[in-house]
Design a protein around this ligand. Structure first.
Ligand SMILES: CC(C)(COP(=O)(O)OP(=O)(O)OC[C@H]1O[C@@H](n2cnc3c(N)ncnc32)[C@H](O)[C@@H]1OP(=O)(O)O)[C@@H](O)C(=O)NCCC(=O)NCCS
Length: 151
């Protein structure tokens, strides 16, 4: 079973920090006091995490991480959807993140688009989606014609 849990700014993050540490090699930092963190459990095991915070007029997503041995099972997709839903439910004007260039495709699936870079680092891409374009409809591209949800 897959379950998601939210941690408000200032919460005890001991349940999710091992995931962040395993993937990025770093633990808690000052940004956690300003962030909503989410943790996704797979069969009661902490497996994926990410966070969202407000910065310079936009919501920012970051530190989206899935344990290596649990990747490609849609846990990353779930974390991204949870974070975008949090932004949407706070009427975000725009949502931004920085990601490695080879991950842009993962974020583009949910509508984020590369922005002109100001970072000076060619391997890092700034991605953005206007809040009113966030679309979390998982059924949108489903080819099933006979789904009871549609009839
Ligand atoms: C990026 C990451 C979170 C993806 O997590 P994941 O659980 O493996 O991804 P999912 O299984 O949810 O993938 C969902 C979809 O994205 C696609 N996808 C996954 N990784 C991708 C990538 N690197 N590039 C393009 N598409 C990707 C999957 O094929 C899947 O597509 P589908 O809907 O057609 O089946 C994970 O690889 C990770 O933790 N990477 C290291 C940490 C990192 O760099 N985080 C980003 C920091 S901003």
């Amino acid at each position: 079973m897959v379950q998601g849990k939210w941690f408000a700014p200032g919460s005890d993050l001991s349940a999710l920090l091992p995931v962040r540490e395993a993937v990025f090699g770093r633990g808690a930092d000052a940004l956690d006091a300003l962030s909503w963190n989410t943790l996704v459990y797979e069969d009661s095991v902490p497996a994926a995490t990410g966070r969202i915070w407000w910065e310079d007029g936009a919501f920012r997503l970051g530190d989206l991480a899935v344990l290596e041995e649990r990747r490609r099972r849609r846990l990353g997709d779930l974390v991204l959807r949870l974070l975008l839903f949090k932004a949407q439910s706070h009427a975000a004007r725009e949502v931004r993140l920085r990601c490695p260039r080879d991950l842009t495709g993962f974020f583009e699936r949910l509508g984020l688009r590369p922005q002109p870079s100001g970072s000076g680092d060619a391997d890092i891409v700034e991605m953005m989606i206007p809040g009113d374009q966030i679309d979390l409809d998982t059924c949108k591209n489903c080819p099933k014609a006979s789904c009871p949800n549609r009839t």
